[in-house]
Ligand binder design. Structure first.
Ligand SMILES: N[C@@H](Cc1c[nH]c[nH+]1)C(=O)O
Length: 391
């Protein structure tokens, strides 16, 4: 029975074919090894969560959630984020584990898309450092991200970090809270600086305050820039945030990774549970972040455990794209042992030995192949065990 929709997939759903799958496995295991060496412990949580708890805590726009109903009529969501499920686990199954906890995950996330092109299901490799409010934790998370990227062979990338507490304090000083703050943050999230300036010009505030908001856009660079930032604010919250940025920078220097870093006090992420340092990472010539993360001190308490936290998530699909840009070759070697029936045992033995030495080996009965030339051309090495016995 054929239908015109037989080959179609729901919007944003993609197949991963063997070549990309293998590459993903390879890169994932490089990251996993680094994360393991830093003492993080991996966990897995279910794909489905309750909409009212984890769905809401994920702080991802409602329209982006895939919703389902269970048999009892409760609304479920396909997890759009792993940070909220981890906050749930840390406050329940792991509630007696002493803090800080260092956790890691590698899992598929689901966010609906409006248009074809962007994936609605994608893999994220992430870590969460729960229960450590120090700037050392913020620094560790970014240093680990850099180290993990280096392990994959990625070279041309930058990490920009800001502080959402600074931005909130500046906006509160200038426009209070509410719709204007929301609109200003949205422009910054979209990196629509022209739109931001236009919006600022129309605000019912003094010319001096308009200037303060416009100045925000230039708050990028090394720690020297923090002096300019200090002149724009007066509230203790804002000044404390800037002090923290300086201290995190010092931590990053002690890890020897500040050459990858920029301070950018304009960083706004798509999720609004962040409370402190926030960061995102860009590859060369790619217009989307490869990873993002930051401090979210108010999320775990929503599940009942008093714990500050920070973490990051790497978009594996984007990282693979970035790695393709610099053409990191994947070892795609596969050996084919072609055999005829009377030499099957010999082929099996030989394959076993080669596999023990780490080779990828296919053994294939010659009678099972339709087009011998086409098939053998997909292997890097072909061994024939056909006809009269070798020994
Ligand atoms: N969960 C965030 C990434 C993150 C992990 N920890 C903190 N932030 C995201 O999906 O973008």
């Amino acid at each position: 029975m054929s239908s015109p929709f037989m080959f179609e997939k729901p919007l944003g759903m993609k197949d991963t074919l063997p070549l990309l799958y293998d590459r993903n496995e390879e890169v994932t295991s490089q990251i996993a090894e680094e994360v393991r060496l830093w003492g993080y412990q991996t966990l897995h949580t279910p794909a489905l969560e309750y909409y009212d708890t984890v769905g809401a805590a994920s702080a991802i726009h409602d329209a982006k959630l895939f919703k389902l109903m269970d048999r009892q009529g409760r609304t479920l969501v396909l997890r759009p984020d792993m940070t909220a499920p981890i906050a749930r686990v840390v406050s329940s199954s792991l509630k007696d584990e002493p803090l800080p906890l260092r956790l890691a995950y590698n899992t598929a996330l689901y966010r609906t898309q409006e248009h074809e092109g962007k994936p609605a299901e994608f893999e994220q490799y992430g870590v969460e450092l729960i229960g450590d409010q120090t700037v050392s934790a913020d620094g560790e998370i970014m240093a680990l991200l850099i180290s993990a990227f280096e392990k994959t062979g990625l070279r041309h990338f930058r990490l920009a970090f800001g502080h959402i507490g600074f931005m909130n304090a500046l906006f509160t000083e200038v426009v209070g809270s509410g719709d204007h703050v929301h609109a200003l943050k949205q422009f910054l999230f979209e990196k629509n600086y022209v739109g931001f300036k236009r919006y600022v010009r129309k605000l019912p505030i003094s010319a001096l305050d308009k200037n303060r908001l416009e100045q925000l856009l230039s708050l990028r660079g090394g720690p020297d820039m923090l002096e300019t930032a200090k002149e724009l604010v007066s509230s203790p919250d804002a000044l404390r945030a800037l002090q923290e940025v300086q201290e995190v920078w010092n931590v990053l220097e002690s890890y020897g990774v500040s050459s990858y870093m920029n301070i950018d006090l304009n960083v706004v992420l798509h999720i609004d549970y962040y409370t402190g340092v926030v960061f995102e990472s860009y590859g060369k010539e790619l217009g989307f972040p490869l990873a993002s993360g930051g401090r979210y001190d108010e999320l775990v308490p929503k599940f009942g455990r008093q714990a500050s936290a920070t973490g990051f998530g790497i978009r594996m699909d984007r990282l693979l794209e970035a790695l393709n840009h610099i053409d990191c070759p994947l070892n795609q070697e596969r050996t084919l042992i072609l055999f005829s029936k009377e030499r099957q045992k010999e082929a099996v033995e030989e394959a076993k030995q080669l596999r023990e030495s780490g080779k990828r080996v296919v053994i294939q009965h010659v009678a099972g192949i339709e087009d011998l030339d086409a098939y053998t051309s997909t292997f890097t090495n072909v061994i024939q065990r056909i006809g009269g016995s070798a020994s």
